[in-house]
Design a protein around this ligand. Structure first.
Ligand code: 26W
Length: 824
């Protein structure tokens, strides 16, 4: 018997320091005399992860021993951001590390900022997955994340002459947070054909033969919970050629090129994250990614289940698989294939296991984002799966026909196969049919999917299959880590950091909403956060902004439905208003900084044009002597998670102004309010529930409602389409080449004037401008403004992703936490 290895407790800064030194001098093989910030980051991370590994192993042992139901969260995206700060805070060792590093001559912030973001996601969906991992670990759920280990995450955005330029994000040079598991390798099959025969009992058998094999190698990332011994696992799959380095036979026969090409082709599968958000393009490589990841994950899940030697009918009691949008829908088909082809279960028994196992979350109603795969493409790549899909569809349509024998149209509408040219597999329909629960991500959104895109399925399955789980965010990263001073102030008034585990405790802040001393500190913290952002803006853009000005922020993916174009048109309107003001009038106006940030999908020309317009307006406004401090327009380059941690705490007002009915939830809205910023927004997504929680008087709502959108669009197309006069003035100014060659912005103007204004920018513009004027007025009364922000923060408890995860656990997964002996 061996003595168990005891990781360092880091009880004192000296102990931490000595571990950092040990890693610099041994693991990194460097001398402390030339230890720069990069090396200090590496050694600090390595010291900390030694500790994580132990808790991670113990967590896995505990889970194996208890053998409870596990949650598997399948997501093509995990937008994790940086890990070091989060790990230090979650294990409660940041103070010790800070002291230890200071003693070595380093400031902890400088060390933290050395880390490259893990940017394996596009936006909301990927960041939600990351918040869920944090909550599941912090609440002690036995949970796994499964994803792809992209070599290139979301591209890095550079702004050159006002235009977006994409630069590859190679992030794996040094990543101490992942552990390659070269012993966990799964063979994944593609292409080939299906051979059918009858066995001795006359039972039809299908065998998937031929094609090619690619290897999936597991890389594990520890996910530490906040103040708990639970450290869960995120398993990311990396693709590798099956024949090793390269094909030696081909190599020896002189065909060197194709020998290497095979390796390349295999490794391409996990090479790059698709940078489209809310746009489906049907590329074969994307389907390969999806199957590769799903098949490897299911192999792993099934293998783990089989170790328990339980009968198959207990599978749904041991395994809950949540599908993060339709991207992993092939998992439904793959599990059915494993059960009938490999485990030889009867179809019905297998299908009952499958549907009890899966839950499907929808994250968008935009038609262009709904996944469809062409039948010929799937036939070629996954011949056996296509046959199973047809069979699932057959049995499903038969059941629909039995239930609604007179409704022939219904069958065509709900069919998993769209009878187009070519035929298409509708992945959302497959996900609904193969799951026991379908949920939307905010109340309005969950209602909308029931009354629009999935209407017929409510009729077929009944309303109980559909439910809502309103999104949430982790207060650990989005308050405690991003805004440490605010967190400290809150802790000092609510009895410590307990509020981070039970966010409803924030309610206790209500009694300080009129407390002079408290408000002063509150306002000072906001100001300091604005100074921090102003410094970042100065360093990255060269523009000086006044931290006393109203910071108006819109950061998110650039998309027409999110209406950054309306924001920048509003900025132009403000600019024209200022230019026409007398000096007296100018004195009465609250100075504003309009801050934008976000990436455009590389092929999304309209979104790129919006970025160009923002930068062009900035170039003019920021250098106009008539305007001075009254208005500045900033585009923050390369918006990502670590930038969000600087930007979110610095906002006075943030913009969530999507056309009503288009933004499924939004989650940055929650982050901004939790950090003491107010919102200007439409009645869309989670804005509605935020209003319900914080009170109507603490939010600036405007614009048409979701139920009005359809009629308005109809009027644009078939009736009179009158453009708002203030907006026409803005267009006239653009046409005067005030912001550079007007031709470059024609598409933006013409989308509204000539192409039906699908996103209702003109319809909402007047209401938007007026509401912005209300914001100006409200900001002048700082005392009331601060009270509003305190009351809002106090009422944000509902939006913790902990609440959200507990709802999933109760209403979809039917699981409970597995608490370790003692929580720290
Ligand atoms: C196939 C291309 C593609 C890629 C990503 C289609 C759709 C997506 C995502 C589902 C888009 C997305 O990120 N949706 C966002 O999900 C967030 C988390 O639920 C919501 O808060 C956002 O409102 C929603 O836009």
């Amino acid at each position: 018997a061996w003595k168990k290895f005891q990781p360092k407790e880091f009880a004192t800064p000296e102990e931490f320091e000595s571990e950092v030194v040990r890693h610099v001098e041994t693991t990194l093989a460097r001398s402390m005399f030339n230890c720069d910030e990069t090396a200090a980051y590496a050694a600090t991370s390595l010291a900390l992860r030694d500790r994580l590994i132990m808790e991670w192993n113990q967590t896995q042992q505990r889970h194996t021993f208890a053998d409870n139901k596990r949650i598997y969260y399948l997501s093509l995206e995990f937008l994790m951001g940086r890990a070091l700060d989060n790990a230090m805070l979650n294990v409660g060792k940041k103070e010790v590390a800070k002291e230890g590093l200071l003693d070595l001559g380093f400031r902890i912030e400088d060390i933290i900022s050395q880390e490259h973001d893990a940017a394996l996601g596009n936006g909301g969906l990927g960041r939600l997955a990351a918040c869920f991992l944090d909550s599941m670990a912090s609440l002690n759920y036995p949970a796994w994340g499964y994803g792809l280990r992209y070599r290139y995450g979301i591209f890095k955005q550079e702004i050159v002459d006002g235009y977006q330029v994409e630069v590859p994000d190679y992030w794996l040079d040094f990543n101490p947070w992942e552990f390659p598991r070269h012993d966990i390798v799964v063979d994944i099959q593609f292409f080939g054909h299906v051979r059918k025969y009858e066995d001795d009992d006359g039972k039809p058998i299908s065998v998937w033969e031929g094609g090619e094999i690619v290897k999936a190698v597991a890389y594990d990332v520890p996910i530490p919970g906040f103040k708990t011994a639970t450290t869960n696992n995120l398993r990311l799959w990396s693709s590798k050629a099956a024949s090793g380095e390269f094909d030696f036979q081909k190599f020896n026969s002189g065909d060197y090129e194709s020998a290497v090409a095979e390796t390349q082709r295999a490794e391409t599968i996990s090479a790059v994250l698709y940078p489209n958000d809310n746009l489906e393009r049907g590329k074969e490589l994307r389907l390969k990614q999806q199957y590769f990841w799903v098949a490897a994950s299911l192999y792993d899940i099934v293998r783990r289940f089989k170790k328990s030697k339980r009968p198959w009918n207990e599978f749904p009691d041991q395994v809950a698989i949540q599908l993060n949008d339709t991207h992993p829908t092939l998992a439904i088909v793959e599990l059915q294939r494993i059960l009938i082809d490999l485990e030889k279960l009867e179809w019905d028994e297998a299908w009952s296991i499958v549907t009890k196992t899966f839950g499907y979350t929808n994250h968008t109603v935009l038609p262009e984002a709904l996944e469809k795969w062409s039948v010929p493409l799937m036939q070629n790549l996954l011949p056996r799966h296509l046959l199973i899909i047809y069979e699932i569809n057959l049995y499903f349509l038969q059941s629909v026909e039995r239930k609604f024998p007179k409704d022939r149209d219904l069958l065509g509408r709900v069919s998993i196969i769209e009878e187009s040219q070519p035929k298409m597999v509708r992945m959302a329909f497959l996900a609904i049919v193969g799951s026991h629960k379908v949920n939307g991500v905010a109340e309005l959104h969950s209602d909308l999917i029931k009354s629009t895109i999935f209407k017929d399925f409510v009729k077929v399955f009944g309303p109980d299959k559909f439910t809502n789980v309103t999104n949430g965010i982790t207060p650990r990263r989005w308050l405690h880590q991003a805004n440490p001073r605010l967190s400290e102030l809150i802790a000092s008034k609510t009895g410590g950091l307990g509020y981070l585990k039970d966010l409803n405790i924030l309610n206790e802040l209500e009694k300080y909403a009129d407390d002079k001393e408290f408000k002063k500190e509150w306002a000072e913290i906001k100001y300091a956060n604005k100074v921090r952002l102003a410094k970042h803006i100065k360093e990255t853009t060269g523009v000086t902004v006044n931290p006393a000005a109203l910071f108006d922020i819109q950061v998110k993916r650039i998309h027409e439905y999110k209406r950054q174009q309306m924001n920048i048109f509003g900025v132009i309107h403000r600019y024209l208003t200022i230019k026409a003001m007398t000096p007296e009038e100018k004195k009465k106006l609250a100075p504003r900084v309009s801050i934008f940030g976000g990436k455009a999908a590389p092929g999304y020309w309209m979104a790129k044009t919006i970025i160009h317009l923002i930068n062009s307006v900035g170039a003019v406004v920021n250098n106009d002597k008539d305007v001075g401090d009254l208005l500045k327009v900033i585009f923050v380059e390369d918006y990502n998670v670590s930038k969000a941690e600087i930007i979110v705490p610095a906002s006075d007002i943030s913009e969530h102004i999507s056309t009503a009915g288009t933004e499924a939830s939004g989650t940055s809205n929650m982050k901004f309010v939790l950090n003491g910023g107010l919102i200007i927004g439409t009645c869309d997504g989670a804005n509605i529930e935020i209003t319900r929680e914080i009170g109507e008087s603490n939010i600036f709502l405007f614009g048409n409602l979701a139920e009005e959108v359809e009629d308005l669009r109809h009027t644009h197309n078939y009736g009179e389409h009158i453009i708002d006069p203030a907006l026409l003035q803005v267009f006239a100014e653009i046409r005067k080449n005030t912001f550079g060659d007007a031709e470059s912005f024609t598409a933006l103007v013409s989308a509204i004037e000539d192409h039906g204004d699908y996103y209702l920018v003109s319809d909402d513009f007047n209401s938007y401008i007026q509401t912005q004027a209300l914001v100006d007025e409200a900001y002048k009364n700082q005392d009331e403004w601060i009270t509003k922000t305190i009351l809002s923060v106090a009422r944000m408890g509902f939006f913790s992703s902990d609440r959200c995860i507990n709802e999933y656990a109760e209403s979809i997964w039917n699981t409970e936490p597995l608490n370790p002996e003692e929580d720290k």
